[in-house]
Each structure stands twice: as structure tokens, then as C-alpha cells.
Design a protein around this ligand. Sequence first.
Ligand code: ZN
Length: 213
Amino acid sequence: MDIILFGMQGSGKGTQGKILAERYGLKVFEMGGALRTMIASKSELGNLIKDTVESGNLVSDEIIMKVVERFLEGEAKEQNILFDGIPRTMHQTEALLALLGSHGRDAFALDIKISEHEAIERLTKRRMCVGCKEIYPAFYKGASCSECGGELVTRSDDSNLDSISKRIHNFKTETMPVIQHFYKRDRLIEVDGEQAIPDVTEEMIEKAGYLFS
Ligand SMILES: [Zn+2]
């Protein structure tokens, strides 16, 4: 069973996805990384993606699906996959599910749920090291950077608040309908992301672990 990971910015889905992947040996397909790997391969498809990105255009869903297909037929052939950062829209969802189906695969969505209020709280309370630019989540209580000892500052400037509300808006308008789609197909696992990290993990394993046994 493949897993499609969802979660609003600040939900900690990256951390939880990593734990799930390690525990059950899932191959992670992360959109940005997959495109970079493809570009680095200098294959025909890689060069096409490079040209698209360099000309400032968005990589089309058709090309994205080709990248996913290479992944399915290559390194992830015998393994379950954890998708992170894809699909973002209904159109991508339909294309991805069709592709998985044609390879005899099936997917469940996993949503690490937090409220909009909580997302804003966490994102505005994130701190960044002025030295090495490492980002620290709201729950990190240290006074200075654990990597370089630099000072940690919040980024509560208007442009940061603006980009946070834009990302949340996009999640609500584009990704929420996708999550809803999985819910209607009885293919959605929801985990309360507002608990402490180990509790989120525990709930996730409890609800999703059986898919891999
Ligand atoms: Zn630092």
C-alpha cells in the first residue's frame, strides 16, 4: 500500500513521514528532490525539466507523472511508496491514482491535522539562527542555535506573515478538496497533529501500521 502524506504547513508531517518510512521501509517520493535528481541525470526527461524550470515555467502534470512513473518502474518497484508534496491539485490526484492503478498499486492518504490557528501559531513562532539560518520549531526552547551557537530570532515581519497566510490559503483551496476526495473513497487516515510529537507518532502507527503488515 502506498501512502500520500498531507498536512498543513507547521503540522510536522515531514518528521512523521520520515518516521513512518523508516519503520515500514517505504520509499519516499519527495517532489522537489525527485525533480532535482532527474535534472542531474541529464536524461532526455531531465533536460526537458531543466529547460522548463530555467525558462521560469511550471513543470506540467504530464511531466511530473513521467517522473513518478520512472520511480515506480525503477527504484520503488518492489516497495511501498510514501508520497510527499504530491499531489497538490485534483487534476494531479486523478492522474496519480490512475498511474498507480495501472501499475497494480493502491494508495491511502494520511493527513496530519492541525487547525489554521495552530498552523499560524507554530509558523510565526518558528525561529531562525542568524548565523547558519537553521530553522527551529516553536517547541524548541533553547536560547541559541544548537549547531553554531548563533542567536535565534523570530521572523514576524509582514512579508513572512504574508507568505504564511498565502500558503495556508493555497492548502485550503487546493489541497483540502484532494483530502476530501480520499475521505469519500474511504481511503483517508486522519491523525491529530496538535499533540506532542511522540503521541502523533503513536496515533499514526496505530491507525496506519496495519496497512503494511
Ligand atoms: Zn546556527
